[in-house]
Design a binder for this molecule. Structure first.
Ligand code: GLU
Length: 465
């Protein structure tokens, strides 16, 4: 059974790098018909941030990443949490202690001196393993007498770590809580994770985890350390480069499908060469041996392009619902039932949902003194008022507020008033938007809605007013 995991620490927002790791693990599990496990690594109490776990789960769900199991049976799965698994680490620690692979240490963290064998360890290593833990002691791993630890990595090849670089590291801190390297190795072994796929920043932790695996007598998983995500300047992606968390992308109105698609293909590509792929295709085509070792550059333009493609393909009702929270209704008083028309008009013009307001400004006209004056001027012009009133009468009689019908009504109103071309369209446009140029007039009227359009145009009989 193919089993992968995503093991975030609840220390902050889900970064796009973390999301990419989660996505790759999820895709691999789906590809192989295996399981994807979510494990919250929350044993470092000082680094845990309240609310971070809930936000993390929310972001994962938004991306459509579901996990297959959890500690409780039935119902929606809660993730595994290391804080709820302490007995496992204690048991494993006991086994290591009894097997001579660990010892209690009361020295300060800097007490590990170089020994004659080139090990970094202290005198506590000679304690009697049967001795009860002295108060305040930490449990240290006894790094074995061997020259190196070899890590076979699917992406990096064989990586050798000299044992002289590895101190007798802590397994259980003096407060009894496990360290990351110990808890991760115990959990990966206990959860029978077959493929550990994570960021290359964890490669240097891997020899310690491999040593724990060996000492516990467990078979190693396959390791795959995936490349980092860099900014366009090839520095580690950070705030300077713009949005770095999933939450920020979500707030900016990137569609989850687009972010998922983009992050999926950061270090491998489809044999078809296609860039826009639904998750089923991504899952079908993903292979660990397709993942390259070179760092990936975060290309926001490409992400925006992908997002625009997903926006264009969204079913109208769904796009209308997605857009609704992004429209500033104070500035653009669009009713919910008018949202589908807005969605249709904006679909080709936006890449992310948060582009909506900027585009709507073209449909409603800018909220400036100049635009207000332009509107007042056209309404004060007797000839223009006559044309506008004729158009209004035709629009008011429309059974449906629909683009083609609006277009004909404007033309008919023009005929009624003996105006066509610029003499017809310019006054209507100025009255509605205060601008001389802008999107197609019937589209403008459609987006503004019947009530607003009729209110902006003078009624017949009021021409001289
Ligand atoms: N908790 C670690 C992190 O968030 C997990 C590393 C791993 O996948 O082993 O970076």
């Amino acid at each position: 059974m193919f089993r992968t995991r995503f093991a975030p620490s609840p220390t902050g927002h889900l970064h796009v790098g973390g999301a990419r790791t989660a996505i790759l693990n999820w895709l691999l599990a789906r590809h192989h018909g295996g399981s994807f496990v979510l494990r919250i690594e929350d044993t470092d109490r000082e680094r845990n941030v309240p609310g971070a776990e809930a936000a993390l789960l929310d972001d994962l769900r938004w991306l459509g990443l579901d996990w297959d199991e959890g500690p409780d049976t039935g119902g929606p799965h809660a993730p595994y949490r290391q804080s709820e698994r302490s007995s496992l680490y204690r048991d494993a620690a006991g086994r290591l202690l009894r097997g001579g692979h660990a010892y209690w240490c009361t020295c300060p963290p800097t007490g590990q001196d170089e020994t004659a064998q080139g090990r970094r360890r202290c005198g506590c290593a000679d304690r009697d393993p049967a001795e009860v833990a002295p108060p305040g002691a930490a449990l240290r791993f006894r790094v074995p007498d061997q020259a190196e630890v070899v890590v076979d990595d699917v992406i990096r090849g064989t990586v050798r770590f000299p044992v002289s670089d590895i101190e007798d590291f802590v397994l259980l801190r003096s407060d009894g809580l496990p360290t990351y390297n110990f808890a991760a190795a115990v959990d990966d072994a206990e959860m029978r994770i077959t493929h550990v796929v994570r960021g290359v920043d964890h490669l240097n932790n891997t020899p310690k985890q491999v040593l724990v695996y060996h000492a516990l007598g467990r078979a190693l998983p396959v390791f795959a350390h995936i490349p980092l995500i860099l900014g366009p300047d090839r520095q580690k992606l950070s705030k300077r480069h713009g949005a770095t968390s999933v939450a920020e992308h979500r707030r900016q109105g990137y569609l989850p499908e687009a972010l998922f698609n983009y992050l999926s293909l950061l270090s491998w590509s489809s044999p078809s060469g296609e860039e826009k792929l639904p998750r089923e295709r991504l899952a079908a085509e993903v292979e660990l041996d397709r993942v390259g070792a070179s760092d990936a550059v975060f290309d926001r333009d490409k992400l925006r392009w992908l997002s625009s493609r997903y926006v264009q393909e969204m079913p109208p009702g769904q796009l209308a619902r997605a857009l609704a929270p992004f429209v500033d209704r104070e500035r653009f008083p669009v009713a919910d039932e008018e949202m589908p028309a807005v969605a249709a008009a904006l679909r080709e013009r936006i890449s992310v949902l948060a582009d909506a307001d900027g585009q709507l400004e073209h449909f409603f006209g800018p909220d400036t003194p100049e635009a207000r004056e332009a509107r007042e001027r056209v309404l004060a012009d007797g000839e223009a008022r006559r044309v506008l009133a004729a158009v209004r009468a035709r629009l008011a009689a429309l059974p449906e507020w629909e683009e083609a019908a609006i277009k004909s009504a404007i033309a008919e109103g023009g005929r009624d008033a003996g105006a066509k071309g610029r003499a017809l369209f310019l006054p209507v446009r100025l009255a509605l938007t205060g601008e001389e140029h802008g999107p197609d007039l019937p589209g403008v009227a459609l987006v503004q809605g019947r009530a607003r359009v009729l209110a902006a145009l003078p009624e017949i009989g009021g021409e001289g007013a």
